[in-house]
Design a protein around this ligand. Structure first.
Ligand code: AMP
Length: 445
């Protein structure tokens, strides 16, 4: 199987080849023909599977293939809208759109909050074919009448589950109401809760449902390990592991923003270059830290779950859970950063006595026991008793990046973020790479 079998244009094939892709990933093999055929699509796919190219390549082909619709004179209208939950993911997706479309005459734009709206207003005055946006800022533009969605032909809801988790359902509904009735809809989601199902039932018309195979190519190449350690010695153990294994590019997850800052400071004090990214950092600080990390100029990036969403670093070798996530699903999202698209990686979790319940919930979700290995010199003290997990003032509930300190001009009408307890959602576990494939969605289910 190669990309040329899909009938994509030569310009697209050239860009893909230059990017170094030779074989389409399973999601691409199924999604590309489905999107090219023009119908709706419901795909169960997570970041790391190659889903972005799975929808971007056929969208580029369709938009460049057809003559431009809409007003016959003046600036052509925006024809494709890709809605994503976070700014980081928006940047990632828009970069892919530009890269895969670099030999085409199509033009794309990113529209996110946390940055000045005026350059976006200016940009909208020139041609935009494909818009990649987060919902809040998009609605700001609608309110200011600087954006028309009246000619959208293709809508993508990327990481729809995460958008709902972040409380964007009302915004999504408002946006859907602004789109023309006749259009192609593509919904990508890693999990299929009842809420996602309801959204899919409402949005999609006889969708092709992609049965995503387990993500063998990537997930099975990820080595999972738990290092039991005392709560107060985690920092020390992390520095030890980084130094001992000479890890050069490590993404570390903490539960809170405050914890992320403290850890980055500790690592720096121990001569390990580290920066923290989270919702309280400005967008430019986040972008800069990420760029340095991606370029290999920063050894450790410490991140909270929300801030790390959408981070795509190819072949990221090490992901460390400095603290286990409160929501078991986030473990899967976190380790989705490593072993991407066929490369190998490891996911290391530093687990103290307080976190045993969280670990059990994760193992139940991923349907496997994670091997445990005590590091010599860091043996847990059996006298230490479990304490309730503090999420601290720096805790970052879902949606915090958008709702806590909403930037000016950003609508703040999300419903309060709902936080599921760890283990919630196990009733429908077959939504992860590790689980048996389930028919992605399905009406009336
Ligand atoms: P995504 O799931 O879209 O975030 O993509 C995950 C990673 O896989 C990105 O770094 C892509 O550049 C990479 N990728 C996507 N498609 C392919 C492919 N066919 N071959 C190799 N790498 C790919």
């Amino acid at each position: 199987m190669s990309f040329s079998t899909f009938g994509l244009s030569d310009e697209i094939i050239r860009a893909v080849t230059e990017r170094g892709y030779t074989v389409p990933t399973p999601i691409q093999t199924q999604a590309i023909p489905a999107v090219l055929a023009g119908g709706d699509l419901l795909a169960g796919a997570q970041t790391g599977t190659g889903k972005t190219a799975g929808f971007t390549l056929p969208i580029l082909h369709r938009l460049s293939d057809k003559s431009v619709k809409g007003p016959s004179s003046g600036r052509p209208p925006i024809r494709a809208l890709i809605l994503v939950p976070t700014r980081e993911l928006a940047a990632q997706v828009e970069e892919s759109v530009r890269d895969y479309g670099k030999y085409l005459k199509l033009s794309s734009m990113i529209m996110i909050g946390g940055v000045n709206i005026n350059p976006q207003i200016t940009r909208l005055k020139s041609r935009v074919d494909i818009l990649v946006a987060t919902p809040g800022r998009l609605l700001d533009h609608v309110q200011q009448k600087t954006l028309s969605l009246a000619h959208i032909e293709i809508l993508v809801l990327d990481e729809a589950d995460r958008m709902l988790d972040m409380g964007f359902i009302r915004d999504i509904k408002k946006i859907l109401a602004l789109l023309p009735k006749q259009r192609q809809n593509l919904l990508f989601s890693a999990t299929f809760s009842d809420e996602i199902q309801a959204l899919a039932d409402n949005l999609l018309n006889k969708p092709v449902m992609i049965e995503v195979a387990r993500r063998n190519a990537t997930a099975d190449k990820v080595t999972h390990v738990v290092h039991p350690v005392d709560r107060e010695r985690k920092k020390e153990l992390l520095a030890h592991l980084i130094k001992q294994h000479r890890w050069s590019q490590v993404l570390v997850f903490t539960r809170t923003k405050h914890g992320a800052n403290k850890l980055a400071e500790f690592l720096l004090a121990n001569s390990i270059p580290a920066l923290a990214i989270h919702g309280n950092k400005s967008q430019s600080a986040r972008t800069q830290a990420l760029a340095k990390f991606k370029a290999g100029d920063l050894q450790v990036l410490v991140a909270t779950d929300i801030a790390a969403r959408g981070i795509d670093i190819s072949e990221l070798p090490h992901v460390v859970n400095f603290e286990l996530p409160n929501v078991a699903e986030d473990y899967v999202h976190r380790i989705g950063r490593t072993g991407r698209a066929g490369s190998e990686g490891d996911a290391v979790s530093l687990v103290c006595v307080d976190e045993n319940k969280l670990l059990t919930a994760i193992e139940k979700l991923i349907k496997r026991e994670i091997p445990s290995q005590v590091i010599a010199g860091f043996e847990p003290d059996p006298r230490i008793k479990a304490e309730p997990i503090k999420n601290g003032r720096g805790g970052e509930p879902r949606g915090a990046t958008h709702s806590r300190n909403p930037p000016k001009n950003q609508t703040n009408n999300k419903k309060p973020a709902t936080k599921k307890p760890a283990g919630a959602g196990f009733a429908r576990p077959a939504t992860h790479h590790f689980a048996e494939p389930r028919r992605a969605g399905g009406r009336g289910r």
